[in-house]
Design a protein around this ligand. Structure first.
Ligand SMILES: Nc1nc2c(ncn2[C@@H]2O[C@H](COP(=O)(O)OP(=O)(O)OP(=O)(O)O)[C@@H](O)[C@H]2O)c(=O)[nH]1
Ligand SMILES: [Mg+2]
Length: 254
């Protein structure tokens, strides 16, 4: 009789080690793996800066779009960042929204507003004429800083003009037509928003992402063929559709 079998504290025999899985065949290593549903989707990273005078609602708009809530308290901003993950035209974005301190007529417009920034939301308050004057100057300083000299088609710098606080439009000081005309001359969309009701807020931020997509499409160089080339190569030019007259189809540009 075994001593171990009768002893009260005797340990059971150690379990046999688990059988090792057979090594995968080389062909299995090349087989595509099934996607894990928990995998993070592919995000395109972009940064949008929100510019404008003090108190026009830059923070309220940033918070509305990123967190879908209204911030009623006025807290002077030095600089904040919000994360927003929208899908625009089937592209999944991870956007950093740079909520800036308010600018005025005399603000030095340094590179701090433009470094790493892909697009701009230019905000004024429809009930504050002076904030409209400021945003026009900010727009000018922005283009100078980015060295944009060509005034026509400046939509290469994705921007949207936003007249905020539309829910208190009975106090309106800036006519819609005037702001729309200015935006149209700049080749950018104009939207009137309310951070309070959320009217047009997503549309405004979406529109600059759409402009980024459009600029990317336009940057593809189409190789040119001369008539001689075609004769030599015996290429027949297909009937192409007329070129787009709208520089930003689907991007809210009138
Ligand atoms: N009714 C209404 N109030 C708004 C709207 N947007 C902002 N506000 C309010 O206006 C005040 C100023 O808004 P902020 O978002 O802090 O303004 P800001 O542009 O970030 O100001 P600075 O950080 O100083 O440059 C706050 O009390 C907001 O709640 C809006 O669309 N409608
Ligand atoms: Mg703020």
């Amino acid at each position: 009789m075994s001593v171990h079998a009768e002893h009260p504290t005797a340990r059971p025999p150690a379990p046999a080690p688990p059988a090792l899985a057979p090594a995968p065949a080389p062909s299995d290593l090349l087989a595509p793996s099934t996607p894990d549903p928990d995998d993070e989707p592919f995000y395109v990273f972009k940064r949008i800066a929100v510019l404008g005078a003090r108190g026009v609602g830059k923070s309220a708009l940033s918070i509305r779009v990123a967190q879908n809530r209204f911030e009623p308290n006025y807290m002077l901003t030095f600089q904040d960042m919000y994360q927003w993950r929208p899908v625009v035209n089937s592209v999944q974005y991870d956007v950093s929204i740079l909520d800036t301190d308010g600018q005025d007529e005399n603000s030095e417009f340094g590179m701090r507003y433009t470094t790493g920034v892909d697009a701009y939301v230019l905000v004024f308050s429809v009930r504050d004429e002076s904030s409209y004057e400021v945003i026009k100057q900010v727009n000018e300083k922005l283009l100078v800083t980015l060295n944009v000299t060509e005034r026509v088609g400046t939509s290469e710098v994705p921007r949207v003009l936003v007249g905020n606080q539309i829910d208190i439009a009975h106090q309106r000081q800036v006519p819609s037509q005037e702001a729309a005309k200015f935006a149209s001359n700049e080749g950018i969309p104009y939207l009137e928003t309310s951070a309070f009701t959320s009217q047009n807020v997503n549309e405004a931020f979406d529109s600059v992402l759409c402009m980024i997509q459009q600029n990317l499409r336009n940057s593809h160089v189409i190789p040119t063929h001369t008539e001689e080339d075609e004769e030599e190569e015996d290429i027949k030019t297909p009937d192409l559709p007329p070129p787009e007259t709208n520089p930003n189809p689907g991007c809210l540009i009138q």
